[in-house]
Design a protein around this ligand. Structure first.
Ligand SMILES: Cc1ncc(COP(=O)(O)O)c(C=O)c1O
Length: 386
C-alpha cells in the first residue's frame, strides 16, 4: 500500500527525522579521547528529565525489562520482601521477574484498569512492624490498561507510616512524556526505556538511582554482573563504559534530548495531555468505555478502549493494520480481545492524532461496532482547534 505505515502503538513510538539521521553514522571509536565531553552533558540532561539533582542516571544496553532487573538485583538482598500491585500486564511481568529472582513479593491484585491500592498498601505496610518489606514497586504508567498512578501519593503513604521501604518506579511509558519528579516523590530507582518518550529504537535501558539506593547497592547481595550499577558508574565517571557501548543509539539519545530541551519538558507534558484529551473525547463520543476506571487514572500516553460484547478487539487491530496501514496496540493477557490501545506518546501532533482517531473509526466500522461515523473525529476536532 502506498504511503507510510502509521504507528500508534504505545512504544516503539514515531522517530523524528532528526533523531533517525543522528544515528546514521559510521562506526566510531568508543574509547576515543574526550568522550567525557559527550557523556557528561548527556547525563546532566537525563537528570533534568528525571527531575533530580542528586540521582544518578544509568544507560545500559537493553530494554525496559533489563532496567527492572538491574533495579531489583542492585538494590535488594536474597530473600528480601517487596510489595507490589498487579493491575495490568507490565506490573504483572515485573512481579513475575521478582519471583524468578527469588524475591519474596507480596502482591495486591487489582481489577485491570484500576490503580495503586493505597488503602490495602496502608494496611499491609502499617502491619509490617519489623520493616520486612524492603521496597514498594509501582508501575507509574500501566501501558496495557492506560492507567497512570499517583507516585507522589505512594511516597506520602510511606512517609506517613514512617516506613523505610525503598520506592521503585517503572516509568517506561511515562518518563519523558508525563511529568516525573524523582526527587520530590522520593523515588529510589526509576526505570525507563529508549523506545517510548525518548523517541528512539528499543535498545537502551535508561534508569536513575537515588544516592540512598546507590549506598544500598554497595552491599546488597543479589547476584548481578553485567548490570552492576557501581561498575558502570565508576567507568562512566571518566566518560566511558565498562564494555563496548552502542554509540549510534547514544548519538540518537543525544539528539532526542536536544529536541526535548528545545521544546521544553513542561511543553512536552502539556502536548501529551492535550493529545490524550482528544482521544478521550473521541472515545466518549463513540459511546465506548476506557479501561481506566476513573478519570484521575487516565493516561496521557496511551488510551485503552473497551470494545462492546460480541466484538473481538483483535479484529480492529488487524483491520487497521491490513486495510489502513496503521498499527494500534491490542489487549494483552487478561484483556486480550476486550480492548485496543491507541498510543499517543513521543513525536506526535494534532494532525497525527486525528489520523489515529479516524483510522480507529474506519476499523471499528468495518468490524461492526455500532457508533455514529465521524462522531469521534468531530469531538477531537472541537478539542484540537485552537
Ligand atoms: C510500563 C512498561 N514497563 C515495562 C515494559 C517493558 O519494556 P521493554 O519491552 O522495553 O523491555 C514496557 C513495555 O512496553 C512497559 O510499557
Amino acid at each position: 500500500m502506498p504511503g507510510k505505515t502509521s504507528l500508534f502503538v504505545p512504544g516503539p513510538t514515531n522517530m523524528p527525522d532528526r533523531v533517525r539521521q543522528s544515528m546514521d553514522i559510521s562506526n566510531e571509536d568508543h574509547r576515543a579521547p574526550g568522550m567525557e565531553k559527550f557523556w557528561h552533558p548527556l547525563i546532566s540532561d537525563l537528570r533534568k528529565v528525571f527531575e533530580t539533582e542528586s540521582g544518578q542516571p544509568f544507560v545500559f544496553p537493553g530494554t525496559g525489562s533489563s532496567g527492572w532487573e538491574a533495579a531489583l538485583t542492585n538494590l535488594l538482598n536474597k530473600g528480601d520482601k517487596v510489595l507490589s500491585a498487579r493491575f495490568g500486564q507490565f506490573s504483572h511481568l515485573w512481579i513475575e521477574m521478582c519471583k524468578k529472582l527469588h524475591i519474596d513479593v507480596e502482591v495486591v491484585d487489582v481489577d485491570w484498569g484500576g490503580g495503586t491500592p493505597h488503602d490495602e498498601f496502608e494496611k499491609i505496610l502499617s502491619e509490617d512492624n519489623n520493616h520486612e518489606i524492603k521496597a514498594v514497586l509501582i508501575t507509574h504508567n500501566e501501558t496495557s490498561t492506560g492507567v497512570t498512578n499517583n507516585v507522589s501519593a505512594t511516597r506520602d503513604l510511606l512517609n506517613k507510616l514512617n516506613h523505610p521501604a525503598l520506592l521503585f518506579v517503572d516509568g517506561v511509558s511515562s518518563i519523558g512524556s508525563i511529568k516525573f519528579e524523582m526527587d520530590s516523590w522520593g523515588v529510589d530507582v526509576a526505570v525507563s526505556g529508549s523506545q517510548k518518550g525518548f523517541m528512539l529504537p528499543a535498545g537502551l535501558a535508561i534508569s536513575c538511582v537515588s544516592q540512598k539506593g546507590l549506598e544500598i547497592a554497595k552491599s546488597s547481595n543479589l547476584p548481578r554482573a553485567y548490570f552492576d550499577y557501581h561498575d558502570m558508574m565508576k567507568v562512566n565517571e571518566t566518560g566511558y563504559w565498562p564494555y563496548t557501548n552502542p554509540m549510534p543509539l547514544l548519538r540518537g539519545l543525544r539528539e532526542a534530548l536536544n529536541m526535548m530541551m528545545e521544546e521544553g519538558l513542561d511543553n512536552i507534558y502539556s502536548r501529551h495531555l492535550f493529545l490524550a484529551q482528544a482521544v478521550q473525547k473521541a472515545t466518549q463520543a463513540w459511546g465506548l468505555e476506557m479501561c481506566a476506571k476513573d478519570q484521575s487514572l487516565y493516561s496521557n500516553t496511551v488510551t485503552a478502549i473497551m470494545v462492546p460484547e460480541g466484538i473481538d478487539s483483535t479484529d480492529i487491530v488487524k483491520t487497521a493494520y491490513n486495510k489502513y496501514n496503521t498499527s494500534f496496540g491490542g489487549g494483552l493477557n487478561k484483556v486480550a480481545g476486550k480492548l485496543f490501545r491507541i498510543g499517543h506518546l513521543g513525536d506526535l501532533n494534532s494532525t497525527m492524532i486525528l489520523g489515529a482517531i479516524s483510522t480507529a473509526e474506519l476499523a471499528m466500522y468495518d468490524v461492526g461496532i455500532n457508533f455514529e461515523l465521524g462522531s469521534g473525529v468531530a469531538a477531537a476536532i472541537k478539542h484540537l482547534k485552537i
